[in-house]
Design a protein around this ligand. Structure first.
Ligand code: ATP
Length: 325
């Protein structure tokens, strides 16, 4: 018999499409098992300030298709202090919340892990971030939708690039990880993909472009992960003097990658993980993330999920190079 009677759910860090589908799944699974559910608004800040609202089955109707998060999200420096976490604990206790599901990225899991070591309230995480940079899960909620958004945008850019003989640099999100750049780059047939996991890419790109130039390649789409070697604008600036005959353009896709209605894949992933997160709490699990490996749901300790680095698929990188000759 589970000791859990009332759970809290929150979204934290950067928002990602599919977070609402996860909130819905957590809420409805909990209600199915006769648990009470409290929505904690504005992430960890809501835990500290006591922004609580009961969630019912109908509160989460009509949200599975919506981007963003109905619970709002936040970055909360105060949660990094013991004093802040103590206040949060006091609020959870006074609400009789005896387990929390957190939906977010590695910062969120770091905070949740520290909290559950200090206080006797279990935390289970659901990976929700468009960057897909969390170890222990093949996918994170929001990643697939973000990829589709990038591909749709680049397809449009490609039309205009072809019409004008242009060299287009498209900057996508992923300051520390090239998952979005690599996968979207392959999907839209980019001529080159620059990711933070690779070194000396500008030199390689230069010789690649020179070669293409000789072969009178009229149009090039280069996908650049944000921040990589200074970002797309900086890379275009570095190459400009060597390719005077090319008309260069830079597009920074920015926040459109975070928005939009979640894809089928993200909705299904969010529904599965939401269900399993509640099951994990009821099974007495703590300080772990529910993730997906080889299409199976797995439980990964926060400790591992936040410490270990997930590498990009090197084979995809090789394939992208071969396919862009
Ligand atoms: P994303 O990957 O989308 O940025 P994230 O969960 O990694 O999501 P962060 O802003 O890094 O986003 O973390 C979210 C929140 O988690 C922080 O605002 C803070 O409240 C909490 N947090 C992060 N690191 C710690 C830490 N070391 N100790 C306590 N809390 C932390």
């Amino acid at each position: 018999m589970s000791k859990i009677k009332k759970i809290g759910v929150l979204t934290s860090g950067g928002d990602a499409p599919g977070m609402n589908a996860a909130i819905r799944a957590v809420t409805r699974t909990a209600i199915y098992y006769n648990l009470d559910v409290i929505g904690i608004r504005h992430g960890f800040r809501g835990m500290i300030e006591g922004y609580f609202k009961p969630l019912k089955a109908h509160t989460v109707s009509d949200i599975i298709q919506r981007g963003g998060t109905i619970l709002k999200t936040a970055r909360c420096p105060e949660f990094k202090t013991k004093k802040g976490r103590k206040r949060a604990y006091g609020n959870l206790k006074s609400m009789n919340i005896d387990g929390v599901v957190v939906i977010g990225g590695d910062g969120t899991f770091t905070g949740a892990g520290i909290f559950s070591e200090e206080f006797n309230i279990p935390f289970i995480g659901i990976p929700g971030t468009i960057d897909n940079d969390i170890y222990g899960t093949d996918v994170t909620i929001g990643y697939d939708t973000a990829l589709n958004t990038v591909v749709e945008a680049v397809d449009k850019i490609r039309d205009t690039a072809s019409a004008h003989n242009r060299l287009f640099f498209v900057e996508v999100m992923g300051a520390e990880a090239g998952f979005i750049a690599l996968r979207s780059g392959i999907a839209c047939g980019a001529e080159a993909i620059l990711i933070p996991e690779e070194k000396d890419q500008v030199t390689t790109l230069k010789s690649f472009l020179e070669d293409g130039f000789r072969r009178k390649k009229s149009r090039n789409i280069i996908i650049v992960a944000e921040g990589d070697e200074g970002g797309a604008t900086e890379i275009a600036r570095k190459l400009k003097k060597d390719f005077k005959d090319y008309s260069m353009r830079v597009t920074v896709l920015g926040h459109i990658q975070r928005g939009g209605s979640p894809s089928v894949f993200d909705r299904v992933t969010a529904s599965r993980l939401g269900y399993h997160a509640v099951e994990a709490l009821m099974d007495g699990q703590n300080s772990a993330m529910v993730g997906i490996q080889d299409n199976e749901v797995v439980l990964v300790p926060f400790r591992k999920a936040v410490k270990l680095n997930k590498d990009v698929n090197r084979e995809l990188l090789e394939i992208s190079k071969i396919l862009s000759i």
